[in-house]
Design a protein around this ligand. Sequence first.
Ligand SMILES: Nc1nc2c(ncn2[C@@H]2O[C@H](COP(=O)(O)OP(=O)(O)O)[C@@H](O)[C@H]2O)c(=O)[nH]1
Ligand SMILES: [Mg+2]
Length: 254
Amino acid sequence: MQYIYFVGTAGSGKSSLVYAFREWMTLQGLDCITVNLDPGAEDIPYEIDVDIRDWVKVSEVMEEYELGPNGAQVVCADLMAMNAKDLATAIEGFKTNYVLIDTPGQIELFAFRRSSEAIIDTLGREDAYLIYLTDPHLAKTPSGFVTSLMLCATVFFRFNLPFLNVLSKADMLKEEEFDQIVQWSEDPDALNAALSDEHLEAKTVMNIELFKAMENIGMFREIIPVSATEKFGIEDMYNAVQESFQGGEDLRSD
Ligand SMILES: Nc1nc2c(ncn2[C@@H]2O[C@H](COP(=O)(O)OP(=O)(O)O)[C@@H](O)[C@H]2O)c(=O)[nH]1
Ligand SMILES: [Mg+2]
């Protein structure tokens, strides 16, 4: 089984992309299941096979511990680790090839709390993969793009799992913006030049050192534009994940 975690800031389109990816996979005859790891989720667009809310739910924690929604989210994030084994058992009950995992709305609940590590370890690191969703609103400006890339690097640093950076909701961008972001994603010099134009006083030394480090850890690689609503880029995303898993073996040929 291969575990694909969808990670990104609130509203970056994680749940919608899980929906679109599942739909695409089903059309291809690929077997997959979906897992909701968001204890505060309200409207999930896809059919959920395994749901963390069966064990931990924000509304219930709010009541039980007399907490507001933010405090309850944090408590839920911490409680999730206690259910990691049950979650794994429920997932393993499905004989499937792919497990698409939707993570909590706010990225910090997944990236900055210990529970997620426990869940990843329990499900298995060997076949785990991260899809990081870059929000198009943030990525439009050079400094916003760097911020998002640093967040992606943080998630990578935290989990040390192979990852793919996708430009989510790419249908919301104009063609020039779209091409520009793709160029920045693989060309630190182009990004640096754009940054210098943005802040005329340019913090070039910091950029150069920072970019060198980011380049060394493999952050500059072509971002894949995807749209869950317009349904493009999904196959590219699948192919990139496949290439990484099992040296490119394609389960479609099974
Ligand atoms: N235009 C456009 N909107 C999208 C796309 N994916 C998601 N959205 C919208 O973005 C908002 C947040 O999406 P959601 O999947 O709930 O994000 P999440 O918080 O990361 O799970 C919703 O209003 C979606 O309808 C997309 O590919 N294109
Ligand atoms: Mg969501």
